[in-house]
Ligand binder design. Structure first.
Ligand code: NAI
Length: 503
């Protein structure tokens, strides 16, 4: 297969949001770039947009004017597809329609050389389907960038049924040479990121729909406790509810309506109302100037406890022991006969196990059980969620709140909701990641690289699940499945297999 180097001419078709960014990336890496758009003036506008963006980098001292000029000079606007002939690789970033993509690639096959690699930036169309109409489907591959292409590190290299592995490898190597983090994936609905990310939105909306808490509190928890850069609701507002809902719906349909990907009525209502998020000025939040938006629910101050007893090893939550000591609270350690817990005043605190706290409390015969949520890093988290059981006494709730406040956390009390906020989100992200691996879509490493490089997750979901303990994650998912009785929460066989194997 053709070896791509910086002398290789890179063609880019479609000079919109993605195409212009991809042209910039290729030109930055030193390639001569041919940029084409079917709409009159669009390619010039795309190139001008790149120049304007780079001028800002010059103003901030991040790039020299000389380098920018050279980069811009390497992007040549062409007015006919026929001028793509010299390209060693053509990346297509046009409208998301199978018939039009097939037509364009069909034309390119007659224009370009036999060894020219044809790549599509499609987010949702099967590479196998695009390739089906081509004479040389082996030369077609997915090269899926993330928006904004010059900034986001991930490139999903997608192989259709007929893609030559050497072609996929060449695009993988080229992406790495461009400073990207490429991953290989099989052409399947949503590829990696748009599949594995679904629970981030879906679980957030489930918690809100079931009255666990409101969206502002969920966003605060996912950020301040989960370490995500944005909460699911503000992120959906940014993406646009029409777009986000369409992606979820297309993945749901593509997997034969697997309930795992069930879209949310909460979001459909926003779409119905035309409240599409930032772009219309209103989504979950109101973006009108001076609009008042809900603040995360935060418990009022309660006195700090003097001492606690920690029974057993808290596992993922073990760093709490040190934090409690550092807050000047005496920590007694004790053996635990079964579940590890923190006893403070009248409260018994346990890391959420995916059950209702109320059900868990009844099971262990302790009405004053309070579940607490998972944190990415308990020492860094500035907020934590607590979910008391329905029959917990106020004194127990106060003791639990006082303890977490004493170690510097804002506390959000949730109505009893299985799996809480961060725990159920992370468990479901990991479950989906394991399922993608189990179904041969990609490697475990690829899942984590993809979610960190494509959507900025603070930690890959599989590495995160390992850190929490796979058996803990399995328990959470089993309890969610038992509580809801929905196939949506079924455990990935790969996770089961790993836990069975002693992982
Ligand atoms: P866009 O609407 O900003 O740009 C598309 C450009 O393609 C337009 O300038 C249009 O004139 C041109 N075009 C349409 N049909 C054409 C044809 N037959 N020949 C030549 N040019 C044609 O769209 P955007 O957002 O850049 O998306 C492009 C592709 O990238 C789609 O396949 C989309 O699914 C994919 N994608 C989009 C992402 C995003 O966040 N916007 C992220 C990753 C992939």
């Amino acid at each position: 297969m053709s070896h791509l180097n910086t002398e290789s001419v890179i063609g880019v078709i479609g000079a919109g949001t993605m195409g212009a960014g991809i042209a910039q990336v290729a030109a930055k890496a030193g390639h001569p770039v041919l940029l084409f758009d079917a709409m009159d003036g669009a390619a010039e506008r795309g190139k001008d947009g790149v120049a304007k963006g780079l001028a800002k980098l010059v103003a901030r001292g991040k790039m020299s004017q000389q380098d920018v000029d050279a980069l811009i000079d390497r992007i040549q606007v062409i007015n006919s597809l026929n001028d793509m002939a010299p390209a060693a690789l053509v990346v297509e970033a046009i409208v998301e329609r199978l018939d039009i993509k097939q037509q364009v690639f069909g034309d390119l096959e007659t224009i370009c050389g036999e060894n020219t690699i044809l790549a599509s930036n499609t987010s949702s169309i099967s590479l196998t389907a695009i390739g089906a109409r081509l004479q040389r489907p082996q030369n077609l591959v997915g090269m899926h960038f993330f928006n904004p292409a010059p900034i986001m590190k991930l490139v999903e290299v997608i192989s259709g049924l007929d893609t030559d592995p050497a072609v996929a490898d060449a695009i993988f190597a080229l992406s790495a040479a461009w400073g990207k983090k490429p991953v290989h994936a099989k052409s399947t609905p949503g590829f990696i990121v748009n599949r594995v990310a679904r629970p981030f939105y879906a679980e957030g909306m489930r918690v809100v729909q079931e009255g666990g808490t409101d969206f502002a509190t969920m966003d605060a928890l996912l950020k301040q406790c989960g370490g995500f850069r944005m909460g699911p609701f503000e992120l959906m507002d940014l993406i646009g509810h029409d777009v986000n809902y369409a992606v979820t719906s297309s993945v749901f349909e593509a997997y034969y309506q697997d309930p795992r990907f069930l879209p949310s009525l909460l979001q459909l209502e926003l779409v119905n109302a035309g409240h599409l998020g930032r772009k219309t000025g209103k989504g979950f939040y109101n973006y009108a100037a001076g609009a008042e938006n809900p603040q995360p629910k935060t418990a009022a101050d309660v006195a700090a406890p003097r001492q606690v007893t920690i029974e057993g090893d808290l596992g993922a939550a073990e760093p709490l022991a040190t934090l409690i000591e550092q807050a000047g609270i005496t920590v007694h350690r004790a053996e635990s006969s079964n579940n590890a817990c923190i006893r403070v005043g009248d409260a018994t605190l346990m890391l959420s196990n995916g059950q209702f706290t109320t059900a868990h409390a009844a099971e262990i015969g302790n009405r004053n059980l309070v579940h607490f949520d998972l944190a990415l890093d308990y020492s860094q988290a500035s907020r934590i969620a607590l979910a008391p059981g329905d029959h917990a006494e106020q004194s127990a709730v106060d003791a639990a709140v006082g303890l977490f406040q004493a170690i510097g956390k804002s506390v959000s009390l949730l109505d009893d909701i299985p799996g809480m906020a961060v725990m159920r989100t992370v468990a479901m992200l990991a479950n989906e990641g394991f399922d993608a691996v189990n179904q041969g879509v990609c490697s475990e490493e690829a899942v984590d690289i993809a979610m960190q490089g494509g959507v900025n997750y603070p930690r890959g979901p599989l590495a995160w699940a390992q850190a929490v303990g796979l058996s803990t994650v399995l328990t959470v998912l089993e309890n969610l499945a038992a509580t809801y009785g929905e196939d949506r929460y079924r455990v990935s066989p790969l996770l089961r297999r790993k836990v069975a194997g002693g992982a």
